[in-house]
Design a protein around this ligand. Sequence first.
Ligand SMILES: C[S@@+](CC[C@H](N)C(=O)[O-])C[C@H]1O[C@@H](n2cnc3c(N)ncnc32)[C@H](O)[C@@H]1O
Length: 270
Amino acid sequence: MVAIWKEEIPARRCRLPALNHPISFVGAGPGAPDLLTLRAAERIRQADVLIWTDSLVCPDIAALAKDDCLQIRTSRLTLEDVVPQLIQHHKAGRLVVRLHDGDTALYSAINEQICALTDEDIPVEVVPGISAYQAAAAGLSSELTIPGLVQTIVLSRTGGRTGVPEREQLHHLAALKASLCLYLSARHVEEVEATLLEHYPAETPVAVGHRVSWPDQLLEVVPLREMAAFTERHALIRTTLYVISPALSKDSRRSRLYSPDHDHLFRPRR
Ligand SMILES: C[S@@+](CC[C@H](N)C(=O)[O-])C[C@H]1O[C@@H](n2cnc3c(N)ncnc32)[C@H](O)[C@@H]1O
């Protein structure tokens, strides 16, 4: 276990009323501290114990914790190491925050932890965060749903060791030609590019984002035919996201919602 005691937790902090507090599973957002939700920032600042995914969460976020917060990094831990820590500190009356990168709904592995805590009758709360795809789109001042061009966003990943069900294999998703956001896929980029080229035109814009919103962010749009070469040139393996989307071509089609000939409840016909 890798644990950093910044200081011994003072007795006054081991207050029993915290037992009534749930363990908070918090989405840290993509990296920049000012992209945290207000609720997420509050939970981190109040935490007596912060158990955080140091392989993916930007250290600037963990640094928001108070000086005497016990910080436990999880990159070398297993579920069997993490869950007892959550339980032990919660039962000792400490405010426990489990911090994951991005949003908690995507590839966060909170489900297995919450199931284990539920078995122990320990209450949990989940605080969502901004996901990497949202940060990448915002970083490019882009909308991923352009009227008449693309109206669907797919969030997925390639197989890897986790495996993806056959019905969700990349060639099925690519056939939609939607805005396709691929997480955890940089290691397989050559294979990914080849599959995507069977469905999207070679000039389709691909946003490649590495550590989006971190101080050393890399975020560029390249044509699909250069996706793998760009990734290899920059040696991107971890914390890399792809957004393959016709919407990134900055097509100037406009929405019906704001069209003068489109009346609706809030803007009746003039
Ligand atoms: C285990 S998944 C967690 C995703 C996270 N829950 C989210 O909503 O963004 C980790 C993957 O998310 C993507 N990712 C997370 N943060 C990122 C960032 N700041 N920039 C680029 N990709 C990021 C990368 O694909 C990375 O390999």
